[in-house]
Write a protein that binds this ligand. Structure first.
Ligand code: SF4
Length: 381
């Protein structure tokens, strides 16, 4: 398939691995964060880490939308399904995110809540049209990639004057999260998280463009290379980062030129800013309260804001004590640092959000990492 097969070519991957090994200085360590869960998944799935020299260390970032959803927000969705008796529509991965009291949306469904999995916000809108006698709430999550479709259905609901449709908006912003990590005590004061550069998101960047990352290159002297999600995209981006670091450059480079421009999608940006505005603060799992890091529905569309319609208030709820998701999302821990990884916590029975989505670091390591090989060897022995 065009744009897929040529970016999964094994011979080219070996050439790139050789080039990275040749250019990486064995006398130093390159700490590279892949912000996006899609890249985490690709790195695990295609064994990219195994092709890299030991001097290149990949660090997982917080760019998995399901993973950064805090428990308090999932509790809101469960409250809507169980107490307000709405039809609660959301993406499949959200259904299994652990919430308070051992619940999840899937368990709320088993308790009689009308929870429906949808593939898009448009499906949720169709549900509202098909059930005019029921309140339908779309629980919207995601970074800048999934925000425009949510904006579109809110505008469409307004055009149709749909009185039974609303949205819980959990849309979050990539640049705010990168700033939060760069300003974190682990990076700024303690020096426990070394960061030499970032692999910039693929899909997010098709919307926001490469321009927003220029701030990180200029102000923090951190190189950024935007990369596609195929294995050769990621390896090429690693090579470009190694080169920048070796040459003492801190620039934004775009490996994913087949989809990303400097300006991004101006049309999508205009649509989003028509429907949404910045929240002063929003809680992220792992990062805590992050100022101006998320969106809420603007006043002209307030009728479609489920938080206003149902008078919802978000409570901050601590994660399970055994779970290291918070530290993993901040880049300071690895999934295998967690004592319950692969034992009490598995994709079938997740304790934390990082084990739910295939983009979560724990799920990626469980499904494709060394852990699986060890488990198979143990089982065979
Ligand atoms: S393995 Fe499970 S409990 Fe441990 S950090 Fe990952 S999601 Fe949390």
């Amino acid at each position: 398939m065009k744009y897929i097969d040529e970016f999964r070519d094994g011979a080219l991957a070996r050439n790139l691995a050789t080039a990275i090994a040749a250019e990486a200085d064995p006398g130093r360590t390159y700490h590279l964060m892949e912000f996006c869960g899609g890249h985490t998944h690709a790195i695990s799935r295609y064994g990219i880490a195994d092709l890299l020299p030991t001097s290149v260390r990949m660090i997982h970032g917080p760019g998995c939308p399901v993973c950064v959803l805090p428990i308090g927000r999932v509790d809101l969705a469960i409250e809507l399904a169980l107490k307000q008796r709405v039809i609660l529509a959301t993406y499949g991965d959200c259904l299994r995110v652990p919430a308070s009291n051992g619940l999840s949306l899937l368990k709320a469904k088993a308790r009689g809540g009308d929870v429906r999995m949808v593939y898009s916000p448009a499906d949720a809108l169709k549900l509202a049209q098909a059930h005019p006698d029921r309140e339908v709430v779309f629980f919207a999550i995601g970074f800048e990639t999934t925000t425009p479709p949510t904006a579109l259905v809110i505008k469409e609901a307004a055009r149709l004057a749909l009185a039974n449709f609303s949205v819980v908006c959990n849309h979050v912003l990539t640049p705010a999260a990168i700033t939060n990590i760069l300003e974190s005590p682990e990076v700024r004061q303690l020096g426990t998280l070394a960061l030499d550069g970032f692999i910039g998101p693929a899909h997010v960047s098709t919307i926001i463009g490469s321009q927003p990352y220029e701030f990180f290159a200029e102000e923090y002297r951190k190189p950024v290379v935007i990369a596609g999600f195929e294995p050769l995209d990621v390896m090429q981006a690693i090579l470009m980062l190694v080169r920048q670091i070796n040459q003492g450059r801190a620039e934004v480079e775009n490996e994913f030129t087949r989809a990303v421009t400097r300006e991004g999608s101006v049309k999508a940006q205009a649509l989003v800013s028509e429907v949404f505005e910045l929240r002063r603060s929003f809680e992220w799992r792992g990062l805590g309260e992050v100022p101006y890091s998320a969106l809420r529905i603007r006043q002209p569309f307030a009728a479609f804001d489920a938080e206003r319609r149902f008078n919802l208030e978000t409570r901050s709820v601590a994660d399970n004590k055994a779970c290291e998701c918070g530290a993993i999302l901040r880049g300071v821990r690895h999934p295998r640092d967690c004592k319950v990884f692969g034992t009490l916590c598995t994709p079938e029975s997740p304790i934390g959000s990082c084990m739910v989505s295939s983009e979560g670091a724990c799920a990626a390591h469980y499904s494709f990492g060394r852990f699986r090989e060890i488990a198979v060897v143990v089982a065979v022995a």
